[in-house]
Design a protein around this ligand. Structure first.
Ligand code: FES
Length: 134
């Protein structure tokens, strides 16, 4: 017996539809799970290869877990509200699944779009290094 409310799949699970690279995938997740957890568990990482290892672990700080939420709950977390307000991808770690959602995982480069790791990465706008003291 399932829930008859709109936006909820059978057996009190939520349906997650993922659009990525021209493909469409659907899976179910437990209500209350964050979208980030559900995506990772289903093999649809919102991260790049680098940010998959270097992220804030779902604390809403690093902004590397962004997805385009085409159907889903309104933002609650301050960072996610700003992302939504200014048209940036929503933070999947701050979206708690309560009803069915549809997300698009955007094409991503390395976080910040900077792949080179030379000394220039540590210079500020004045051209002076910004290494921490010590
Ligand atoms: S994992 Fe860092 S903001 Fe979502």
């Amino acid at each position: 017996m399932g829930d008859d409310s709109p936006g909820r799949s059978d057996d009190d699970r939520v349906r997650v539809t993922v659009l990525a690279g021209g493909d469409r995938h659907e899976f179910e997740a437990d209500p209350g799970t964050t979208l980030r957890e559900a995506l990772l568990d289903a093999g649809h990482s919102p991260y790049t290869a680098v940010t998959g290892r270097l992220n804030c672990g779902g604390r809403g700080i690093c902004a590397t877990c962004g997805v385009r939420l085409l159907e889903g709950p309104p933002p609650e977390h301050w960072h996610d509200r700003l992302a939504d307000r200014f048209g940036y991808p929503r933070l999947s770690c701050q979206v708690r699944l309560t009803d069915d959602v549809t997300v698009r995982i955007p094409e991503k480069l390395v976080w910040g779009g900077r792949e080179s790791g030379g000394s220039g990465d540590r210079e500020d706008a004045s051209g002076e290094g910004t290494d921490p003291p010590g």
